[in-house]
Design a protein around this ligand. Structure first.
Ligand code: ZN
Length: 318
């Protein structure tokens, strides 16, 4: 039976039909705009329409279950989605409503887990035992995959490196705490730092470009990223000792994260004298979300347990 995976994002809903024998190739892949401003029922109807389009396009029958990746969290006690940037989904029993509308069983996981799962299975992290997948962009999310399975943890927060505290940092975070990793090395945080130095509002790629041309404030911004990333990811490495870290998201596009100087910044905080962990660019591009969603039942203990991933944070993939 072919698998259907849906990436239910804030601006677009993307779907793919995948043959389990060739899980790294989509038989067909389609996307439609989410149009979340038109309300919850409209979004559900868009999903139903997209699934129908996938069936027609691929010639595949509707499977017994469909996997969904989305920002936000199915609250483990109430069963409703929260903290999604598709705000019309918040407070709704999304899994039950999709299941009823589609007539199938629905699995939902956080989009960072879907990313980590797909990259570990057949992307940059393939053939490694322990893979950490980071989404380092507008926010800082992450997922942990051990021997092909997503590690969710008791509270569903495994991999939540973005809300670890950073020494000497006090910036308020949306989660209610201060000095979280996300408030320091997310794209907006780095842009804010540059703006504080110069008064100029530039996007991160532009800042990185200016650093190469000798802009002192831009270089200071990248130095800050390097040092703080080193401290933040070393905390993850000290606990999980992963074979590989795959860095997705907009900030993950910066070449410097894969250079020797960044490795040294990480090693400075690692409880070891050498660092063999690989830092890898993702290989699946924006496909990881749908492929990971299509793998959910096979690969996630929590998805098999309760059909969702009780994540406690907002993650925006970008
Ligand atoms: Zn936080």
């Amino acid at each position: 039976m072919n698998r259907f995976g849906i990436d239910l994002g804030g601006t677009k809903i993307e779907g793919a039909v995948v043959d389990p024998a060739r899980p790294d190739r989509a038989l067909c892949r389609l996307r439609v705009p989410t149009e979340s401003a038109r309300g919850y029922s409209h979004v559900i109807s868009k999903v139903v329409r997209l699934v129908g389009m996938l069936e027609r396009e691929s010639g595949a029958g509707r499977p017994a279950w469909i996997g969904f990746g989305t920002p936000g969290v199915i609250d483990p006690s109430s069963g409703v989605l929260k903290n999604s940037n598709s705000t019309c989904l918040n407070g709704r029993r999304v899994r039950e409503d999709l299941a009823a509308a589609l007539g199938v069983e629905v699995r939902i996981a956080n989009d960072a887990n879907c990313f980590a799962l797909a990259e570990a299975a057949f992307g940059a992290g393939r053939s490694r035992s322990v893979v950490v997948g980071l989404i380092l962009g507008t926010g800082c999310g992450g997922g942990v995959v051990v021997d092909g399975r997503v590690l969710d943890g008791l509270h569903g927060i495994a991999g939540e490196w973005g809300h670890n505290p950073m020494r000497g940092e006090r910036t308020p975070c949306y989660c209610g705490r201060r000095g979280c990793v996300e408030t320091v090395i997310s794209g907006p945080a780095l842009e804010r730092f540059y703006r504080g130095l110069t008064g100029r509002s530039l996007r991160l790629p532009e800042i990185a470009g200016r650093a190469g041309r000798g802009d002192g404030a831009a270089r200071a911004t990248l130095r800050r990223l390097k040092a703080k990333f080193g401290e933040a990811i070393a905390a993850v490495i000290n606990i999980l000792d992963p074979d590989a870290v795959v860095i997705g998201g907009g900030v993950g596009n910066l070449d410097m994260l894969y250079g020797e100087e960044t490795r040294e910044a990480v090693l400075r905080h690692v409880f070891n004298t050498e660092l063999r962990t690989e830092f890898l660019r993702p290989e699946l591009g924006d496909s990881a979300g749908v492929f990971g969603a299509a793998m959910l039942t096979a690969s996630s203990r929590s998805a098999a347990r309760q059909g969702g991933s009780p994540r406690g944070r907002r993650t925006r993939s970008d």
